[in-house]
Design a protein around this ligand. Sequence first.
Ligand code: NAI
Length: 336
Amino acid sequence: MRVTIFSTKPYDRHFLDRGWQAGLDLQYCEARLSLETVALAEGSAAICAFVNDNLSRPVLKRLADYGVRLIALRSAGFNNVDLVAAEELGLTVARVPAYSPHAVAEHTMAIILALNRKIHRAYNRVREGNFALDGLLGFDLHGKTFGIVGTGKIGAVLARIVTGFGCRLLGHDLQQNPDCLALGMTYVDREEIFRESDILSLNCPLTPDTYHMIRSDTLPLLKPGVMLINTSRGAVIDAHAAIAGLKDGTIGSLGLDVYEEEADLFFEDLSNEMLRDDVFARLLTFPNVLITGHQAFFTHEALEAIAETTIGNIAAFRDTGRPLHAVTVDFLADKG
Ligand code: NAI
């Protein structure tokens, strides 16, 4: 079975190469999937896509016309796929529901610790022989209220880590996670978690309900000076509102691994080019903003698990007509 794999880097190939042993004919492409690149899938029965690939109706239509029958996502999130169009076109969609919640939760904690204690700034200072501490003042995590929006697999691992710091745990979710309850988490509504959290971490999927959860009219609901962390999907925060919140102090510090318009930026070396995104450029000017380029998932264990499940999905579809982990339109109702 021939599979066109979009958005691949050498590290993806390293892990996905085991697909050859499963009898798959792997066609690696560096290109991101879009209307301009979709023709690369011609002749393949399956395509494999990542978080910033375009799987909107026009692209899916072209894939179906080429005879593609399976979309195998190398991610847990599926917000970039038009599931209704996929079903209408007879395309099966599969994903990797869990690979390493530890990878994302641990990176979330890395951002929080670095942002709070200004490690990124301290590192540069010390290398330049500047040992002054002005501007590096942090706060104890111990005793602070830590709010997690989305207490699923990643949120639950984060909750366990945070317990070790002696934080008070608040959660907000459509459903309560028994693992989080066992850690002493108190579930509250969205307004209360906004109002009470000293540190607010967004770990929910991007859905119509979570789109721009942080925006100009919800900013005033946040605890003044909150540390806001987003390692879920960029569009959960309206970046324009975040800038306004940083400027007036509503947001005390901001840590991001994702950004709404990241598709044109992340995963590429653009260091020799002009930054065209003025909103992103403005975010980079704040000393109390720390951004990583969608790397929370990027551990050895996670890439290995992603490759294994992805190959399992494709091989199962080839052998039985069904992937191991299908995503259907029913998920839209389930996940809000
Ligand atoms: P999960 O499905 O285990 O947990 C998500 C939780 O969010 C569920 O408990 C669900 O009920 C809850 N939720 C759904 N809608 C909600 C709403 N409107 N309000 C509050 N809670 C809501 O997913 P998992 O594995 O924990 O991943 C969470 C998200 O993290 C993914 O959807 C993805 O967007 C993001 N992610 C980011 C990565 C990165 O590298 N930065 C890597 C992997 C995932």
